[in-house]
Design a protein around this ligand. Structure first.
Ligand code: GLU
Length: 469
């Protein structure tokens, strides 16, 4: 069997982390088994679907590195198929016309002890075919309902295990509304049959839809795919992840400076143990991915873990690639930002938690007009003896040959000078750091000196010392 799976978003909102995780699991499953991953846009709700959202979803998937083998198919262009499926179901007796008006249903419902537990009572099931056709031909409005067999519907969920619905839990649900539009259940099964899906893997919020959809497969005499329902993603408060928890759209993470590989790793390991490494390449993830190992229970969205993975991905990405990815983040900070050089990117990337942070850390490499943190400045320059010793270090730095301007040699030089001057190395290092970049924190100071280069280092140290009198 060749695996065929799909991601079927409704373009009524952005691609959020829940949807992205569903897409990614399907994609991984297809890749793992040499299968086909299909993208289907479920845009039948014309009032709520927009082309902008479709583009945003496609953009989000592409950014994450999720590519599709077939599609995107648009349900709005496939209405003829849904009408044909409904006709087929009517003809085979798997569905029937229901002429109950909204008012009639409302009054039967109101008569119940617990109206909220109302399920369609099957009143129109008994209308003969002839009568049904006659009433339809006379223009009486109707919906088409699935004739759900009065038997339990169960399936062995590939993630959740066996799931069973009792007959009274599944009503004769609507397939076609009175305005002739297909419902979600009809269009999704028509497509899944026609597109020959072998597995339907989606969020667990769809579990209650599955018995209805299985009823349609059975009525059509079509083979049912295997179903797998992914557990929910929860916020830190153990409630379903939502906007209340802050950013959940994939593109917003991009704009915050999360790299796609980091988000991919983060989502791939939500509820799946992929190993001890902070992150893996996509091909390693495919190799290790196993749908059977997906946890049944919900996972908590741990933002700190995403930040941790992102920092690791940033420091593991070649500086030339980072330099490319930095453009929008630098442009937001500096007008006409020059390209940062690789040495600077490479050093500063070792401590950046996201791309915004990295861009900010690179500003002192790109302009003389950066901010000196006043507190850091005050603290680092309190020790006058240290500043004197630093002044005496300048000619020694000046004398370093360009080819010797390297972290180890600079470290030897600075430490020896501290010793000679009778000060601690920190007494030199702290003011050096703050004069060079205006902040109290940075990656290793000798790497920083190296990346800053000799001339710029000397100029900034001189300027800093002059300011201190
Ligand atoms: N369009 C549905 C949604 O956005 C998904 C349908 C499915 O996966 O069966 O939730």
């Amino acid at each position: 069997m060749t695996v065929r799976v799909r991601f079927a978003p409704s373009p009524t909102g952005y691609l959020h982390v829940g949807g992205a995780r569903t897409a990614l699991i399907n994609w991984l499953f297809a890749k793992k088994h040499g299968g086909t991953f299909i993208l289907r846009i479920e845009d039948t709700d014309e009032a709520r679907s927009t082309p902008e959202m479709t583009q945003a979803i496609l953009g989000g998937l592409s950014w994450l590195g999720i590519t599709w083998d077939e599609g995107p198919f648009f349900q709005s262009e496939r209405k003829a198929l849904y009408a044909a499926t409904a006709d087929k179901l009517l003809a085979s007796g798997g569905a029937y016309r229901c002429f109950c008006t909204k008012e009639a249903i409302a009054s039967r419902k109101a008569a119940l002890a617990k109206p909220d537990e109302w399920k369609y009572d099957g009143l129109c099931r008994s209308i003969s075919e002839q009568e049904s056709k006659r009433r339809a031909a006379s223009g009486e409005p109707f919906v088409i309902r699935c004739k759900v067999p009065k038997e339990a519907i169960e399936w062995d969920d590939i993630i959740k295990g066996p799931i069973r619905f009792e007959p009274q839990e599944v009503e004769d649900f609507i397939l076609v509304r009175s305005d002739k539009t297909p419902t979600y259940h009809l269009s999704v099964v028509s497509d899944d049959v026609q597109m020959q899906m072998t597995h339907v893997i989606r969020g667990e919020d769809h579990i209650s839809n599955t018995p209805k959809q299985i009823a349609i497969y059975r009525a059509l005499g079509a083979a049912t795919p295997l179903f797998g329902h992914l557990p929910l993603i929860l916020g830190p408060d153990q409630k379903k992840l939502s906007k209340r928890h802050g950013v959940t759209s994939v593109m917003a993470y991009r704009d915050e400076g999360i790299l796609p590989l980091a988000l991919f790793n983060f989502l791939a390991q939500l509820g799946v143990n992929l190993g001890e490494e902070p992150y893996l390449t996509l091909s390693e993830i495919i190799t290790r991915f196993d749908l059977n190992a997906v946890k049944k229970s919900a996972s908590v969205f741990d933002r700190a873990k995403l930040t941790f993975i992102n920092a690791k991905v940033i420091s593991g990405t070649p500086p030339c690639e980072l330099a490319q990815l930095l453009h929008p983040f630098l442009a937001a900070l500096l007008e006409n930002a020059p390209e940062p050089d690789e040495a600077a990117v490479s050093v500063m990337a070792t401590r950046a938690k996201d791309m915004k942070d990295l861009a900010a850390a690179l500003v002192p490499f790109l302009t003389e007009d950066f901010v000196y943190d006043a507190k850091a400045m005050e603290k680092a320059t309190k020790d006058r003896t240290g500043l004197e010793a630093l002044r005496a270090l300048l000619p020694k730095l000046q004398a370093v040959a360009p080819e010797d301007w390297a972290p180890e040699k600079l470290e030897t030089l600075v430490r020896a000078h501290a010793e000679e001057s009778g000060v601690k190395a920190g007494a030199l290092i702290h003011p050096i750091r703050v004069f060079l970049i205006g902040r109290a924190e940075s990656p290793g100071i000798f790497d920083l000196l190296f990346a800053m280069g000799r001339e710029r280092t000397l100029a900034r140290l001189r300027r800093g010392l002059a300011k201190m009198g």
